[in-house]
Design a protein around this ligand. Structure first.
Ligand SMILES: Cc1cc2nc3c(=O)[nH]c(=O)nc-3n(C[C@H](O)[C@H](O)[C@H](O)COP(=O)(O)OP(=O)(O)OC[C@H]3O[C@@H](n4cnc5c(N)ncnc54)[C@H](O)[C@@H]3O)c2cc1C
Length: 476
């Protein structure tokens, strides 16, 4: 099927070096686990020419966490030597100077990219970890106890055989998920309505938004944002700020769950007149209100303005909220009417994981079982296939995948989504994955090695860092 290709074997592949994949590498370096992982063989594969930040820095919005959250891992004493150059970095001091405020994600991106490059340079130089940048994972075959990871670099294919695979390639927003979600609520969109993914819109400048939607505003077309989370309120603000000057007067926000606001404690919530369920909305461990699902920082300010005044932030654009949980027939009817006449629908209803083709050794396709907000995975991010069988050795925890709430850390009972964020990537989420990968590699190392015959040839066409594998003349 693939003709002649180069093959390499390793213990672990980290596929995708965005904040999630890098979070695992930061944590492995911080805790010393990187040495053991590298002993078994560790290859990092990323599509980008400058791996380390993924999409986070592209979003033209404010973070939903304070600067301190991004600095926490960087100031660990174990990382002092690696991160020493950050003391001279403008990007670092910009975040340090707003460690108790929510910074712009573009600023977070600059810091994390610099920090990631220091970590990658260090582990490549000191632990013989291989970094394959500009290399695309195209297909993964789960064959018995091994993963066969097909990668493409400048038009050439290579296969990596690995005992474990940490796969965080980011997320996507499937319009079909939006349509079936609406259908389940008895709602539908007209065939010509443009469904736009918030993921791409949130990465656009105000001018780009005006260029894209100017003609719709001029024709009096209606805009609807679907969702009620951080992304939905960020979208509401970006679109209102960009299009107010060219005549946008109103945006509809269609949401299923109530709009949830975050408060440090119940007293603060009461003082702000916020109505919440004292059991379902309060984390029993931290006492925080809507700890996981509540709007924070800039999105919280926009959310409050919308709830209290009906306007988007400080703009003169009105926000019309319509809740479609089925409890209010008038709101359902109004939402149906709004959607029937929608010119633009902005999808802010969460993410699905971006995955390469996944197959079993016999060629049959594998689809991963999904739950609200991500994948049906165990605490180490190990997913299930559709039949409920766990794919041991495969770990996903980034955007679109997430992890279930850790009962020891707590969350509000009303939160049914998955947890992900940079702090988790640097700490709890990746810690469990590292332990699980190392346990698996140790188990295999204690078994007798299978006999494999490989034919060696010179690897023309691949850059030096990729050479070192074996040419294979077989089909998969
Ligand atoms: C709008 C928005 C705002 C957010 N704000 C915050 C916040 O304020 N604070 C916070 O902690 N979290 C935030 N998050 C959550 C999360 O931290 C980010 O989504 C983060 O970017 C997720 O990292 P990731 O590595 O999973 O995905 P990505 O950032 O998308 O990175 C994916 C990586 O995989 C690589 N890749 C993709 N396809 C392939 C392929 N086929 N082969 C090889 N490599 C590939 C890419 O080059 C990239 O490096 C936000 C998320 C969104 C959507």
């Amino acid at each position: 099927m693939y003709g002649k290709f180069l093959e390499t074997s390793t213990g672990c592949v980290v596929g995708g070096a965005g904040p999630a994949g890098m979070g695992l590498l930061f944590n492995a370096l911080r805790t010393g686990a990187i040495a053991e992982m590298a002993q078994y063989g560790l290859i990092i594969v990323d599509a980008s020419a400058t791996p380390g930040i993924g999409r986070l820095g592209d979003y033209q919005i404010t973070a939903n966490s304070v600067g301190d959250v991004f600095l926490d891992c960087l100031r660990d004493p174990a990382m002092a030597e690696v991160f020493a150059p950050l003391q001279e970095s403008e990007a670092y001091w910009r975040i340090r100077n707003q460690d108790q405020q929510a910074p712009l994600l573009s600023q977070v991106g600059e810091l994390l990219l610099e920090a990631s490059q220091l970590v990658l340079d260090h582990i490549v130089a000191h632990y013989s970890v291989q970094l394959w940048s500009e290399t695309l994972i195209t297909e993964v075959i789960c064959d018995n106890d091994e993963y066969h990871i097909w990668v493409e670099h400048r038009g050439q294919m290579q296969r990596i055989r690995s005992r474990s695979l940490v796969l965080n390639l980011g997320g996507r927003q499937d319009p079909q998920c939006l349509l079936s979600g609406l259908k389940a609520q008895g709602l539908a969109l007209p065939p010509l309505a443009a469904i736009r993914s918030a993921d791409s819109l949130l990465r656009m400048s105000p001018q780009a938004l005006r260029d894209t939607f100017g003609p719709v505003v001029a024709q009096g077309g209606s805009f609807s944002v679907i969702g009620g989370s951080h992304s939905a309120f960020s979208m509401l603000e970006n679109i209102a700020v960009a299009l107010e000057s060219i005549g946008l007067e109103q945006v509809n926000l269609i949401h299923r769950s109530p709009i949830r606001l975050f408060y440090e404690n119940v007293e603060q919530a009461h003082a702000n007149g916020y109505v919440f369920d004292p059991v379902a909305d309060v984390c029993p461990i931290s006492g925080r209100v809507n700890r996981s699902g509540g709007l924070r920082y800039r999105a919280l300010a926009v959310g409050r303005e919308v709830l209290e005044r009906g306007f988007v932030g400080t703009t003169s654009v009105r926000a019309r909220l319509l809740q479609v949980d089925g409890s209010d027939a008038a709101q359902m009817c109004a939402a149906s009417e709004v959607l029937q006449h929608a010119a633009v629908v902005m999808q802010c209803t969460g993410y699905q994981p971006l995955l390469p083709l996944l197959r079993r050794g016999d060629g049959t396709a594998i689809s991963l079982r999904q739950v609200t907000g991500g994948l049906d995975s165990d605490p180490s991010g190990c997913p299930c296939d559709d039949s409920g069988k766990r794919l041991h050795g495969l770990h996903l925890f980034g955007l679109g995948s997430g992890l279930g709430v850790d009962p020891l850390l707590g969350s509000e009972p009303s939160f049914s989504g998955r947890i992900y964020g940079v702090w988790q990537f640097h700490h709890d989420a990746s810690r469990v994955v590292i332990d699980s990968v190392l346990q698996r590699l140790a188990d295999f190392a204690s078994r007798p090695a299978p006999q494999v015959h490989l034919e060696m040839e010179v690897a023309h066409g691949w850059p030096e860092r990729l050479v070192g594998g074996d040419w294979i003349e077989a089909a998969t």
